[in-house]
Design a protein around this ligand. Structure first.
Ligand code: CMC
Length: 380
């Protein structure tokens, strides 16, 4: 006997669980828009700061509004002493994703009203989390390398300031722009798993920190944001471009999933993958990493031949691996980069949810037995 009152959809495929004005995805034609603007136009003409404003306000800012938003963000770049102390108390061998999840959760303790859930309060907390997250990642990475933590430079944009705090040197304009494009392309993406997690948590009227913490936990999974690290591991296992075909064919033969390919919504090439492919190629040329780019491209060609008929194409994580490597990031910082960008989307969805909340409480289709006699423990 089934208790299902409506259709069961494994993995909630095709289920509409929220309304949003932030991003639109057409999976068959490979279209992604933020508030109606094509992702390619934003990647080529906008900045991450402007993209965040767009997502949180559902319109582009005037120059004055963008200036004010940027000033607010930069004013919150740093780490308070207690957060710095918690970061340096982390074991040096901790995974950065565990550190960033734990530190965002801990930020609630530095907030005098962490549970305030008005839309206005959620915006302020979101801005604080967005501005602080890069400092958390950079400070932990320097702490584990035994290096001094670098204070932020508010004269730099979000992308430039992160690279500066991480490396201790001012990045080149080309690197800043490349990282900025990565942030724009990863900022929001409909009701993906981590965004759903954030919306589910805030729908209980819990708090913004809990919602974003849950989202970070979801993102680190290898089927979601963790895939970019999986891509890099695969690329590292392939000795050269000639070895790409054999490696991928062996994976297919062994029924292994190829990280960076396939998507629940896209059944054509993810438009973000197209943007990042162009960026990865340029960066690879500039940084002497063409071998890596060529290996990536060779994998894409094999996958296109073998899997395009099943609608499996490169997703955002595929070329972001090459891009992050060329920017000089360590492998275990790849998924944290996704966090830095996606906080924009998670926070925007939290704000939307709070603006028109109803508790998420789906149901299960009970498929177990009924009328089972209770057997006392000594008789089992
Ligand atoms: N390599 C090989 N086979 C695949 C892949 C892949 N990357 N992706 C899907 N398939 C096959 C899968 O084996 C299954 O085949 P069959 O029907 O013969 O059993 C079929 O395609 C459907 O797979 P599914 O897991 O039911 O589909 P889904 O919609 O749940 O999968 C996905 C979406 C992203 C989990 C999956 O494509 C995947 O595991 N990709 C690799 C991990 C990855 O790159 N994740 C990043 C996703 S994009 C960014 C983000 O959201 O974080």
């Amino acid at each position: 006997m089934s208790t299902a009152q409506s259709t069961y959809s494994k993995g909630l495929e095709g289920v509409i669980a929220a309304q949003t004005e932030m991003s639109f995805i057409n999976g068959s034609e490979g279209i992604l828009e933020y508030v109606g603007i094509a992702i390619g136009d934003l990647a080529s003409q906008s900045s991450f700061e402007e993209t965040v404003f767009l997502l949180w306000n559902k319109r582009l800012p005037t120059a004055e509004e963008l200036g004010a938003f940027t000033t607010d963000l930069r004013a919150n770049y740093g780490l308070c002493d207690s957060l710095k102390a918690r970061i340096t108390a982390c074991p040096a061998d901790a995974e950065p994703m565990h550190v960033i999840r734990t530190m965002i959760s801990s930020m609630a303790m530095d907030d005098s009203s962490p549970n305030e859930n008005s839309v206005e309060a959620a915006r302020e907390k979101s801005l604080q989390i967005l501005a602080t997250a890069p400092a958390i990642v950079a400070a932990f990475d320097r702490h584990r390398r035994g290096l001094e933590i670098i204070d932020p430079d508010p004269s730099l944009n979000f992308a430039g300031n992160f690279l500066y705090m991480l490396n201790g040197e001012k990045p080149t304009p080309a690197m800043i722009r490349a990282f900025d494009i990565c942030m724009i392309t990863h900022a929001d993406h409909g009701l993906n798993n981590s965004t759903f997690a954030a919306r589910v948590v805030i729908s209980t009227l819990s708090d913004v920190y809990s919602a974003i913490t849950a989202a970070v936990g979801s993102l680190r999974g290898p089927l979601h944001g963790g895939a970019n690290e999986g891509v890099m591991k695969m690329l590292n296992q392939i000795p050269d471009v000639e070895g790409a075909e054999e490696h991928v064919m062996n994976m297919i033969k062994n029924k292994e999933r190829i990280m960076g390919f396939g998507h629940r919504v896209y059944k054509s090439k993810d438009p973000r993958a197209s943007e990042l492919m162009t960026l990865a190629k340029q960066l690879a040329e500039d940084t002497g990493n063409m071998d890596l780019y060529n290996k990536s491209h060779a994998i894409e060609l094999v996958m296109e031949r073998e899997y395009a008929s099943k609608g499996i194409y490169p997703n955002v994580d595929f070329y972001s691996a090459t891009t992050y490597h060329c920017i000089g990031l360590k492998l275990d910082l790849f998924t944290p980069m996704f966090v830095l960008a996606r906080i924009a989307g998670w926070a925007g969805h939290v704000i939307e949810q709070l603006g028109d909340n109803r508790l998420f409480r789906p149901t299960t289709d009970y498929v177990g037995p009924h009328d089972v006699a209770y057997v006392p423990i000594e008789k089992r």
